[in-house]
Design a binder for this molecule. Structure first.
Ligand SMILES: Cc1cc2nc3c(=O)[nH]c(=O)nc-3n(C[C@H](O)[C@H](O)[C@H](O)COP(=O)(O)O)c2cc1C
Length: 330
């Protein structure tokens, strides 16, 4: 049975990728993940703001980049709060490449065109097999239109893809007015793949202190459903790679994402909860399910439930929304 899958022009030994997270900071952890079956690893992100801070500091010959942190960036972490400085990040790529045999995907995180995108070429020179560009943005300024935001994002993608030979995937949010059009535009801008979707960490209110509390809750399988729908919708329209991130916790979740059209699935919360060995359980479950259902390869099952091929395409669309609301009786 063939568990191999093409992703970003790389041939992965199976569809399970470790998603961007702190796992990549620690060589021993990454080795355990590889031993347990991970087919590739995405490193934690290097952020636009972090690179900008360092570049400004270099420009003004300031000793510590923290001293260059202007008022405008005071909402962001201070320079020293980032886990890896840009030069450490480059060294970490080299370290992982020396000790792992699976592909190492370095991650950049930002959305406005700027000098920070130069780091894509540095990632490549340091040995990264691919780059994941996370376009995370949350627009609160009422003067900025969706078109402007997407134009900046596409320009950023152009800059990154033009500056490297290695494949570049783009991790996007679900909150685009027309995600399919945007995903196609990303491919036209040179993206080798699209990763759906960014998870937005929702802050809570403390009603005693009247304070807003940032929090990081790990996901569960319910978060996969929105991704499944969009994987199924995007899959017939995109010509390159698709990956799921968010809410993949069980063998069933992995199979669903592949049936919806994903070439690969990224895992973070499930690994933080259960440790690397859960990968082996998921892979065995995938193998057994494929055997039981007569699939010889991942290629055979990929997209079998996408919008084009599923028996009831209306279930993904507005028609089903109406049907569900109308079916509720008091
Ligand atoms: C502790 C932690 C750190 C993360 N760091 C990054 C990051 O640096 N860059 C990024 O693109 N995503 C980051 N993510 C998001 C994950 O890559 C992933 O998209 C998200 O957790 C959803 O997948 P999951 O449901 O498997 O956890 C992080 C997630 C966690 C929990």
């Amino acid at each position: 049975m063939k568990l191999t899958t093409p992703y970003l022009g790389l041939q992965l030994k199976n569809p399970l990728i470790v998603g961007a997270s702190p796992f990549s900071d620690n060589l021993r952890s990454t080795q355990q993940l590889e031993e347990a079956g991970a087919a590739a690893i995405v490193m934690r992100s290097l952020f636009e703001e972090q690179i900008d801070m360092e570049q400004r500091a270099l420009l003004h010959h300031i000793e510590s980049p923290a001293e260059s942190t202007a008022e405008a960036t005071s909402f962001f972490p201070a320079y020293e709060e980032y886990q890896l400085a840009p030069d450490q990040y480059l060294r970490q790529i080299g370290e992982l490449k020396r000790h792992l045999s699976i592909p190492v995907i370095a991650s950049l995180n930002g959305y406005r065109p700027g000098g920070w995108t130069d780091y894509a070429a540095r990632f490549e020179a340091a040995g990264a097999d691919a780059i994941e560009l996370n376009l995370y943005q949350l627009v609160t300024d009422p003067e900025i239109s969706g078109d402007e935001v997407e134009a900046d994002m596409l320009e950023t993608v152009h800059r990154v893809t033009d500056s490297v030979q290695v494949p570049v995937s783009i991790k996007i949010s679900a909150f685009h007015t027309s995600p399919t059009q945007f995903a196609k535009a990303l491919e036209n801008a040179g993206a080798a793949g699209v990763v759906v979707f960014n998870r937005f960490y929702q802050p809570d209110f403390d009603i005693e202190e009247l304070d807003v509390q940032p929090q990081l809750k790990l996901s569960d399988s319910s978060e996969l459903l929105m991704r499944l729908r969009w994987l199924a919708i995007l899959s017939p329209h995109l010509t390159r790679s698709l990956a799921a991130t968010g809410g993949v916790h069980t063998t069933g979740d992995v199979i669903k994402a592949l049936l919806a059209g994903a070439h690969a699935v990224q895992l973070v919360s499930v690994l933080l909860k259960h440790g690397p060995r859960i990968l082996t359980t998921l892979l065995t479950g995938l193998h057994d399910w494929m055997q039981e259902h007569g699939y010889e390869s991942i290629d055979e099952l990929r997209g079998a439930m996408n919008l084009q091929r599923c028996p009831d395409p209306a279930a993904f669309e507005r028609a089903n929304y109406q049907r569900i609301l109308q079916s509720w009786r008091i």
